[in-house]
Design a binder for this molecule. Sequence first.
Ligand code: M6R
Length: 388
Amino acid sequence: RIFDQEDAPVERLVTRTVMSGAMIGKGSYRHFMQKEIFEQPVVIGDTLQSYVDPLSRRVTLPDMPFDFADIPRLTASACGTAFYAGMIGKYWFEQVARLPVDIDIASEFRYREAPLPENGAALFISQSGETIDTLSALRYTRDQKQHILSIVNQQESGIARESDVVMKTLAGPEIGVASTKAFTTQLVVLACLALAAGRARGSLSPEAEAELTSALIEVPAQASYFLEREAQLIEIAHEMAEASDILYMGRGSMYPLALEGALKFKEISYLHAEGYAAGELKHGAMALIDEHVPIVVCAPSGPLFDKTAGNIQEVIARGGRVVLISDAQGIEAIGDNVTHAVQVPEVSPFVAPILYALPLQLLAYHTAVIKGTDVDKPRNLAKSVTVE
Ligand code: M6R
């Protein structure tokens, strides 16, 4: 029974959930997190199906209350893993759609009193749709008369209700506190949005849109293929579990992914990890490097590979143990010099952050299992942060 503020009973529509027992059970997996990692090929595919027409190889979005061609910039905000998804989105919007993005952590943004453009648009990303800082940031932008777009997994949530347009991630229920499938499906939606914005702003030709959309469509199969190689990550996790500090490094859109890899690692293994932009290491963190600090580097072959390879050599020269995550071409180039090389299928740099998230999740998961932590409910953390 539901009551209002005056304690009078109120009626609410009863909606039967579509969640089945299989969706909220662990199945044959040891932890929800492991199950959720392995669900990614399917849920990425489901999410893509909502926003991509495979025949025309074009993205199809719900009606928007604004035109991407008319907005001067996009203001984005989120927390934790969703924030890192947004940071990756910033690279995509700026490169593909030439649309500047201001992204901020919601707990900072809500009090920052940022001036926002007239008739501007704001984007919020949240798995639960209930994170109080993200919801408060949304309310600030609404007061500033922005159009509000959100990417949420829980349709029945405050953020979804208070948005002008909701783009749903079809991740299904995510129960493990450490976000995995919600993150990669958020990336899928952000990639689709960036492509649509690129088309609207005239910065993306139909051929380029078709090429990038095809790259997205191939991700579920590539993710399935990669997940079959879990055993190597277990082997590396045994070494990681012995370390007390771990660095993650990447360049371009691999930089926010390095931040996400470090977050995933610390929240479930209780070991200290930091993510760095590859070019920033020599401005301070390089002093930490010795044979006791493993450094995980995400470096797909492509325009930024040589730069990152240079940073890897600098780390190796100082005795660092490098775990390189790259494709066949990258491993062929520098694989002999590193301690471990994890091979991911060769993909367009555009979709690489989606696929490269998987080895980082598996590394965090298996290290936590080896350490014997409570993987699905790590200490001091809640799945949804509804208080400040
Ligand atoms: O439900 P939300 O996506 O708004 O949650 C945001 C963060 O609390 C969440 O991503 C958190 O960082 C995860 N536990 C990270 O794995």
